[in-house]
Design a protein around this ligand. Structure first.
Ligand code: AVI
Length: 322
């Protein structure tokens, strides 16, 4: 471990642990039934998501990375120098590296993440790669406003980085709340760089969520395995099919687990009946038009000041300000 890493202070805001049993019971009691996609990411789920990003059909990660590479000089021109870069989620991969390399002398980097383990692993790697950038990890829930640690060197301003179209996994209302919190976190002179998957032909979008190797189906079904382990439910993984369909009207992939037969599932002493063909909603992945994204940003008090798209207009990076 380098001295820079050993000295790294962790700000722990002690985010309240998820009520996974309560959320599962509430979701199964709703009509139609639903489960939260935030529970996809146990160790196995994170591994499967990593594999998804390498599937030929899942264009999002590749296209965003290439876009970041080709737009970095222009992004750097649009972002004031000496930024305090604040990433939502524990980045450590190529996207974070490109940003930290490409910006004009960022003074500090703060990943905000609920998992302490993921957070520390990420800053350990980045601290070694960028010894002149102060690493100030914060363990917190980024859907709430986060008081940021003060870097030793005075930053020019705060730049929130939220790549990967993760915003698309939030409903419109939840995305608005998240962006309001983002505005509070970045402050009146801050900026945000957000990656969004753009609305396009469903013939391009649907295969990304129905890859031929079946990795996305495994990823979706792993949610049931995770609940069986962590909540003590008795979902039969062979009793459900993965279904991901694009709704043009709502501009989103709607992912469901569809019951293959009539069956009962037990959770915490309660029984829930599934009819044959009954669909339980497990994830949304929103795809944005400029109008939809700008309307969402405006509701959160933010405006888009710069846009970068890949040459085919599949994926976009947007720079926002209050
Ligand atoms: C993390 N998130 C942006 C992914 C998406 O595309 O909605 C999660 C995912 N779900 C299925 N495949 C990928």
């Amino acid at each position: 471990m380098t001295p820079a890493v050993a000295a790294m202070p962790l700000t722990d805001l002690h985010p309240s642990p998820d009520d996974i049993t309560g959320d599962t019971l509430a979701g199964l009691s709703a009509t139609p039934k639903r489960l939260s996609s935030k529970y996809f990411y146990d160790a196995r789920g994170s591994q499967l998501f990593e594999q998804i990003t390498r599937q030929p059909e899942y264009y999002l990660t590749r296209v965003e990375l290439a876009l970041l590479e080709t737009s970095m000089a222009a992004i750097s021109d649009a972002v004031a120098a000496h930024a305090h870069v604040v990433e939502y989620g524990s980045g450590s991969g190529r996207k974070t590296q490109l940003l930290l390399e490409g910006l004009a002398s960022p003074v500090a980097y703060t990943p905000i993440e609920i998992s302490r383990t993921a957070l520390l692993a990420s800053v350990e790697r980045l601290g070694e790669a960028f010894p002149s950038i102060e690493m100030l990890p914060v363990c917190a829930d980024f859907t709430q406003p986060v008081p940021l640690p003060q870097p030793e060197r005075e930053p020019g301003h705060t730049l929130v980085f939220f790549p990967g179209s993760t915003l698309g996994n939030f409903t419109f209302d939840d995305a608005e709340c998240l962006m309001r919190s983002m505005r509070a976190t970045m402050g009146p002179r801050g900026q945000a760089l957000i990656g969004i998957d753009l609305d396009k032909d469903p013939a391009l979008i649907e295969p990304a969520y129905n890859d031929a190797a079946g990795i996305t189906a495994q990823f979706t079904l792993n949610l049931l395995a995770r609940l069986n382990r962590d909540v003590g439910s008795d979902f039969d993984l062979d009793g459900f099919d993965h279904s991901a369909v694009y709704s043009r009207e709502r501009g989103r992939i709607e992912t469901h687990l569809v019951s293959r037969r009539p069956q009962d599932v037990h959770v915490d002493g309660r029984s829930f009946h599934f009819d044959e063909g009954e669909a339980m909603q497990v994830e949304y992945s929103h795809k944005y038009t400029d109008a939809r994204f700008e309307a969402l940003a405006a509701r959160a008090g933010l405006r888009v000041v710069q846009r970068w798209n890949d040459p085919r207009d599949w994926f976009g990076l947007r720079l926002l300000q209050p």
